[in-house]
Write a protein that binds this ligand. Structure first.
Ligand code: UDP
Ligand code: MG
Length: 310
């Protein structure tokens, strides 16, 4: 059986349509399936929609978070309750084409353990947005030493991969990077990002920026090394200026150079503060991980087999 995990946050208008289109494609291809909608603490009537869809369609199940925990948490929660031998993850807004699922399923049957949906294009994005995305993915690709530039959350994974991911204890997850990190035999299926059918994207530029920074920090300690590099650079600079100051003193012109002192103080002061900030960020991440709070809290569940249990 194929489990399809669909995170949904304020997607009331998209849920029944998603269930229909995905179900249709899978029935036509004769693939046994279940659909798992994860309501990520929506503020609209998404959960009611999910319950209604589950009532009419026995292949649909749903769980609902106690509040908004984010898409990453929703993906993991869906995988946790999935029962299929393979598990697909896709967006609720049908930007990931369901028509690709049979192709991905066929690859899984041929023995591929991870089937990645890769974007042939990034849909319609503004110039600045696509520049920022490019920079982020090139840093991430270096951090995990795998090409992430066309990666997406549209994936199909074997149960073994799902289990590997679920066994990871880290609180801060970045699904597409973790799947790449896990390895396994990986195939690719290309898709082009469709336009959103209903509603609007949940990502503002600021939230994408925060997301990028926290993911880079979670997968790479390079920013910490920048601190070391800056330290070495200021050391070199201080050697040069130190020699110059001594020469000045020896020649009897020591009172000069007040400008240099001010510039140096400003420079070193800012480098120190930036460095403390970077180190502080990592300490904050460690603090979050050490607390080991659950990634999400499930408040409600619906659909067959679960019998309303959470
Ligand atoms: N999503 C979620 N929790 C969030 C934000 C988004 O579960 O806090 C879901 C959303 O319902 C959708 C998917 O993640 O199914 C992708 O979100 P969106 O379409 O807003 O992102 P984009 O496609 O613009 O990257
Ligand atoms: Mg979308």
């Amino acid at each position: 059986m194929l489990s399809v995990v669909i995170p949904a946050y304020n997607e009331a208008g998209a849920i029944s349509q998603a269930a229909q289109s995905i179900g249709q494609v899978l029935r036509n291809a004769d693939i046994p399936y279940e659909l798992i909608f994860v309501d990520d603490g929506s503020a609209d009537s998404s959960w009611e929609e999910i319950m209604q869809t589950a009532e009419q369609d026995p292949t649909v199940r749903g769980i609902s978070f106690s509040r908004n925990f984010g898409k990453e948490a929703a993906i993991f929660a869906g995988m946790e309750v999935s029962k299929g031998e393979c598990c697909a993850v896709m967006d609720c807004d049908l930007q990931h084409p369901p028509e690709k699922l049979p192709e991905m399923y066929a690859l899984w049957q041929q023995g591929w353990e991870v089937v990645n949906g890769v974007k042939t294009d990034r849909g319609q994005e503004s110039g600045l947005h696509s520049f920022a995305a490019k920079t982020f993915y090139s840093i991430m690709s270096k951090a995990i030493r795998l090409d992430m530039s066309r990666a997406s959350d549209f994936k199909l994974m074997d149960r073994r991969v799902v289990k590997t991911l679920l066994d990871l204890s880290e609180h801060k997850t970045f699904f597409r990077a973790l799947v790449a990190w896990a390895g396994f035999r990986t195939a690719e299926v290309e898709f082009s990002v469709a336009e959103r059918t209903v509603g609007d994207t949940h990502w503002s530029t600021a939230s994408l920026f925060r997301y990028a920074i926290s993911n880079i920090a979670a997968y790479s300690s390079a920013p910490m090394q920048i601190v070391t590099v800056l330290g070495v650079l200021t050391l070199l600079l201080s050697l040069v200026l130190g020699v110059q100051t001594l020469v000045n003193w020896a020649c009897g012109g020591a009172a000069d150079g007040f400008t240099t002192v001010i510039i140096l103080m400003l420079l070193i002061g800012s480098i120190l503060m930036i460095s403390l900030g970077i180190i502080g960020y990592y300490i904050a991440q460690i603090f979050i991980e050490v607390k080991a709070r659950p990634r999400y809290l499930v408040a409600r569940a619906c659909g067959q087999e679960r019998n309303g249990q959470v």
